[in-house]
Design a protein around this ligand. Sequence first.
Ligand code: COA
Length: 356
Amino acid sequence: MIAGESAICGVDAVHGLRYYGYGIEELGPKIPFEDVAWLLLHGELPSESAKKQFATELAESAPLPDGMIKILKSLPKGTRAMDELRTGVSALSAFDPDVGHYDHEANLRKSTRLIARMTSVTTAEWRIRQGKEPEIKANLPLAARFLFELSGKKPHDYRVRALDTVLNLYAEHEFNASTFAARVTASTLADMYSAVVAAIGALEGPLHGGANEQAMLMLREIGSADKAEAWVKGRLTRREKIMGFGHRVYKKGDSRVPVMRNLLAEIGKRVGQTNWLEICLELDRVMEAEKGLFANLDLYAAPVLMLLEIPTELNTPLFACGRIAGWCAHVTEQQDHNRIIRPRSIYTGPGPREIA
Ligand code: COA
């Protein structure tokens, strides 16, 4: 179903996924997430001076105001990571001087802050839950600081490059459920923060972003490739969904999967854990044979994140740390040419009647 127009991203069977015309197979592994985020916000890849300027703005935006840390610390132990992220981003709006302004420049300033702080909130929450103080490494590139802030250790370059690829692949995907939720909200001329909070809410569900957490739990439960077939058949007999398979748009395979599969092969080899790729490949084979369904990005992203030592509870917040670039680009595009999004439904209730 076509719900609107956008210049940001195209998905089709022939060319796969493209951000402003650039194929994801080239963008994904080649450039840092910051360049992809800039492309999504501005429509072109950044010049050298734009890269420097953006890095400075992201570094200035990354630290969280003291009031935010207090809010995050006040959340009860056991609050789910996506609830913490949604609450954190909602609270951040109170600290942004551009809230309530939706002209193009104000939206770009808010986008930069949101891109920087989505990562800060995610890692700060995690550290607080581990009984540690948040530690924001504002001057590092975003993927490096995500890994550093979580673990407290300087990450190896190959891990940083791998996380950049994951963030790039997650950054944008046209009118997916969370982006559409953001656009609907923005189309009422609500603030970008409200649109992003709506998007985080939509992302959380296991049929959308929550699938990358569920996929990892599934892979752990299966344990080894020789158990995959029986496991899948059991689930399918009970008419249960297999996480990380199927897609509303891709019916012959997700165009992001080859990049993520190569990354899983590369990292698995490096760290001596090739079993995760073997399970995924076996699942792929069985699902195609049984249901004619193919893996989506989340199946292969889940073990990549695990091998990067990202806690599984943070898989979906990490997705949000990438997709924030797409959400902000869509909110800005929507409000630059706004018309309220107000679809109709087909009425299926009773015909006209009167109270007896
Ligand atoms: N496992 C088992 N069966 C699945 C399935 C899955 N992951 N995905 C789809 N199916 C089944 C449907 O139930 C349907 O069966 P039916 O004809 O017997 O009713 C059939 O395959 C066709 O479904 P389709 O119309 O292609 O799915 P959709 O477009 O409505 O839903 C998803 C798309 C992504 C929501 C769905 O594939 C899904 O739930 N996948 C698992 C969650 C996931 O990985 N989400 C991340 C998406 S990037």
